[in-house]
Write a protein that binds this ligand. Structure first.
Ligand code: CTP
Ligand code: CA
Length: 235
């Protein structure tokens, strides 16, 4: 769709895009996972490549999606594997887009054999927190492990609640995460997960706030890449 009209504005830039959900093992046959399909990250990776970028897609568990053309795909399972892959490829990248649904927690221990019913069966699963990859990227840029020009983009799926609306939560998250751009999806009522449409906002660290009209995930991807292109340091 629209390939002929696409700008080549990402030519010469290297991007890392993470996509999909992570799976945190519990025993050899079970994991904790989430409903992320990976569609948004794949749409970003595909479009970025079409706009001339050299793209590494770090893919967790995704729906049955074909590999985007001309994109290097690195497959990972757990949040820790995703962190290692993202950090490794970020070193050579001009921008990193964290569209993956990284599990916040993992089982504190992984049983080496299948957990069975019976006298020893567990009644709960102790969890420990996974490292925050996005925060790690921001920290690495601060440390100088990543170039100061590396653009870091985060995603947030938010619902409104008693303490504030979607945008209030998103502004707080942008400040807390310290990334350059936060892509905000309004969720709830079947939005964003397992569907082909999205709507939300783009919040910039410079205070800019742009609404993204409801539309396809490729429309969302093109808005994100437009904003990203404006932040990249020309080669
Ligand atoms: N993220 C990450 N590593 C994690 C968790 C999240 O890199 N361990 C990234 C996601 O890929 C996303 C951004 O952080 O780009 C925001 O994720 P989100 O789940 O909205 O934020 P959290 O900080 O985990 O906050 P919450 O408690 O609301 O889930
Ligand atoms: Ca989270």
């Amino acid at each position: 769709e629209r390939t002929a009209a696409l700008p080549r504005d990402l030519e010469g830039h290297r991007l890392v895009v993470s996509a999909g959900g992570t799976r945190e093992p519990l025993d050899p046959v079970r994991f904790l996972g989430n409903r992320s399909s990976g569609k948004q990250g794949y749409a970003l990776a595909r479009l970025a490549a079409q706009r001339g970028a050299q793209v590494t897609l770090v893919a967790g568990a995704v729906a049955d999606l074909g590999d985007p053309a001309a994109v290097d795909v690195v497959r990972v399972r757990t949040a820790e594997e995703m962190r290692e892959a993202v950090m490794k490829h970020a070193v050579d990248a001009d921008a990193v887009i964290m569209s993956a649904a990284v599990a916040d927690f993992r089982p504190a221990t992984v049983a080496t054999s299948k957990i069975k019913k019976g006298a020893d069966e567990p009644d709960s699963i102790p969890l420990i927190r996974n490292e925050d990859i996005l925060a790690g990227l921001v920290q690495a840029r601060r440390d100088g492990t990543l170039a100061s020009s590396t653009v870091i983009v985060g995603f947030a799926a938010e619902t409104g609640d008693a303490s504030g609306g979607v945008l209030d939560h998103a502004r707080t998250k942008l400040a807390r995460k310290g990334c350059d751009l936060l892509v905000v999806n309004a969720v709830g009522d079947g939005k964003a997960f397992e569907v082909d449409h999205n709507d939300g906002w783009l919040l910039g660290a410079d205070g800019t706030e742009t609404a993204i009209e409801p539309g396809s995930k490729s429309l969302m991807a093109s808005r994100v890449l437009d904003a990203l292109a404006g932040l990249l340091v020309p080669e």
